[in-house]
Design a protein around this ligand. Sequence first.
Ligand code: AMP
Ligand code: MG
Length: 469
Amino acid sequence: MMKLVPRYTDIADNFAIEDQPSSVATPQLLLWNASLAKQFNIDIEPQLRASTFAGNEPQQIKAVALGYSGHQFGHFSPRLGDGRAHLLGAISDDKNQLWDIQLKGSGATPYSRGGDGRCALGPAIREYIMSEAMHGLGIKTTRCLAVVGTGEAVYRNPPQPGAIVTRLASSHIRVGSFQYLATQGDTEGLKKLADTAIERHYPEINTTGPERYIAFLDAVIKSQLDLIISWMRVGFIHGVMNTDNTLVSGETIDYGPCAMMNVFDFDTVFSSIDKQGRYAFGNQPNIASWNCARLAESLIALINDDDEQAVNLMTPIISQFSTLFNEQYNQMWAQKLGLAGQNEDDVELVSKLLLLFQEHKLDYTNTFDALTESLNGDELPEELTQWANAWQKRCDENSYNVMRAANPRAIPRNHIVEEILAQYNQHGESELLSDFLTVMSNPYDKTPNLTRFQEAGLNDPRYQTFCGT
Ligand code: AMP
Ligand code: MG
């Protein structure tokens, strides 16, 4: 069985509310992450996996639903919380790190606000395959252990088969978790939550008092920066970067309306609900910074009794975001292009390249792959030959390896993900899945079935993603 450690019950009375998953009709195991199960020493017998991860074995667990707030598309909701998820507790991995284990789609909770607490099959599969792909790409992310079909319909328009995802995260502490306690004026709870987050994610912080929480803010900002840079390196668009979907650990969470950019364009948006382009590809750093500012606001009571003084202390920490971002962003391009050392003309070299990308509608992933392999003697894309004269002078004998590590050969292409979801919806399985997962577990290497997953697909302007409700 799993050894579960209780989580978050000591933070505040209304922070982790005891609540059990509601059982489902006929649980069927659709996806099982064997390597993750091994890493976490989860040795549940195969015939018990479906019912356990459907929440049909309530005697085994003492689940909770967590409260959190959230700025959703800029608008604040004080009480969101786990409306369709149950946190079972924490389990230990092979390095003795504790990870939260959560069922998503496991029935209504005190936070459901009239929702059914359920999840449709498509979004459940999307969450599994996207988080596996992101993990393969070397990007910090929550993981999925299992997807279980419920044997029940969820009433969406049109009705769809239901499913439950088992999600693992180093924690489920969100910016919105801090907002939740701050909004209630619960300074004691806030302190406990911050200390828990520090202990778990930033144990190197060993100061006390206000400095401790300023160092925490600083550490969260730096992990958010790393995360956004890694998203931009591979062309990932999260699509719903609300403060409730921002983990202070710096892991990617919630794969609802996410998508991958094909043709390079900073303004790329796929989510049907993002009418203003708030979460467009190129706007992600601004939003991450904005979300960190919301965290800072929530921490005020831990910094100083006087709000103004607290804000003065935190402002320099928040404002370093743009400077640090620019530094790391330039480094990211330098790696994607294998540039040796630093040169003052590099910024111009990159912007000229990006203009060519836009002018010729070049696929982001495949073109960087082609540039990388051009150092190995492959032909360059015609549109770039002239630009490449200046670029090649900036390369040296290490460039190929640096570029290969920064530029994936495969990404989870939108059209492939959609094909897998369609196959699951039609047949309850997908013949594409296993090759996809194998390629995505090694996306920087030449794997046997790679080419099938490299096709850019149509850059269909009508391609839209929908929030996974
Ligand atoms: P998400 O879009 O998954 O990040 O969810 C945003 C908020 O809506 C969270 O508080 C969810 O728990 C809640 N929510 C989403 N779908 C449902 C549902 N089917 N039933 C209840 N709550 C939901
Ligand atoms: Mg969410």
